[in-house]
Design a binder for this molecule. Sequence first.
Ligand SMILES: NC(=O)c1ccc[n+]([C@@H]2O[C@H](COP(=O)([O-])OP(=O)(O)OC[C@H]3O[C@@H](n4cnc5c(N)ncnc54)[C@H](OP(=O)(O)O)[C@@H]3O)[C@@H](O)[C@H]2O)c1
Length: 327
Amino acid sequence: MIALLGATGAVGSRVLQALRAHGLEVHAGSRTTGVDMRDTRTLADFFADAQLVVNCAGPSHDTSEHVALAALKAGADHVDAGGDGVRLRAVPAGLVAVFAAGATPGLSGLLPRVLARGFGEVHTLTSYSGVLDRFSPAGAEDFLHGSAEAGAAWRDGARVAQALGRTRDIVLPHLPRPVVALPFLDEENVSVAREISLADGTWYTFVEDGHLLAALDRSPGLEPHDAIRSLCGAASLDVAGRTPYAALYVQIDGPAGTRTAIARADSAAEMTASVTVQAVLAVLRGQVPSGSHTAAEVLDPAVVFELGVVVEDRPIADLVAVEEGAL
Ligand SMILES: NC(=O)c1ccc[n+]([C@@H]2O[C@H](COP(=O)([O-])OP(=O)(O)OC[C@H]3O[C@@H](n4cnc5c(N)ncnc54)[C@H](OP(=O)(O)O)[C@@H]3O)[C@@H](O)[C@H]2O)c1
């Protein structure tokens, strides 16, 4: 049996539906059903008969580790849609803990690994990730507590602070409007850069030039709960009357040429949930070795094709041109 924590949330409800569609027995729990992720006793009761715990509850920045330890103590494997930057020092023999099984981090760390397979030397990597969607308060709080350093990039094989500023009027394939790209570097990016021996890497999060961009600029000066409210309100205004989307673009360049991967989904929660489900299936199939990992480190890169990811031997800019030509 799988115990799913946070089953009523944007991510958790999608994970619940998908796991049940795979014929798996899932017990759904959350705060409203009396399972409090901050309370060890209710967690122990909820996890007691579980073979695997899936954590989709949030905010997760200060709870992921605690929930994972409770799952392992109950003798269950663990998969977490959140848990950016969490790595357990010790995991009981034979058990598995997989963190950051979401879109960003998660799929964002898997795509460069997919592209780099059999490609040879990778000189540069450019990545854009963004959404036009509502922000859940949990997601906004975790975003503010994430490991991203604004303006930083990877240069000559090392982290460089304040390497570059934002760029406006970026046109990306399939997006309805140009976007503003905000450079950042987080722990997942550094881990990818090291793993593929990257020389230069630039990661951007992108947003449309709207309310959310203004709220992001305001948030450092606000009290945390005001910043969360402001981000959620701004994201809702931007998406009102529009079709939401989540998109991720990664391009690598090297002596062998250029490769680009594009992932798209109808929402951030959809993209996250699909990665969480793949991580659950990999653990159930025994494909993940015992220990503490991130999803990007241990998922078979081939799963990205089950998520509808498209890989092309052309730069992102050419794919915009192809799209315009098709229109
Ligand atoms: N890596 C990524 O790309 C990515 C993207 C999106 C989200 N996430 C992560 O996924 C997680 C969920 O995000 P979301 O957008 O789905 O949030 P959400 O819609 O706000 O859902 C939050 C869920 O957590 C539950 N919850 C809140 N406090 C709880 C508590 N004390 N005990 C037990 N359950 C509690 C809620 O239950 P009730 O309804 O009963 O209150 C609800 O089911 C977060 O950790 C977020 O960071 C990751």
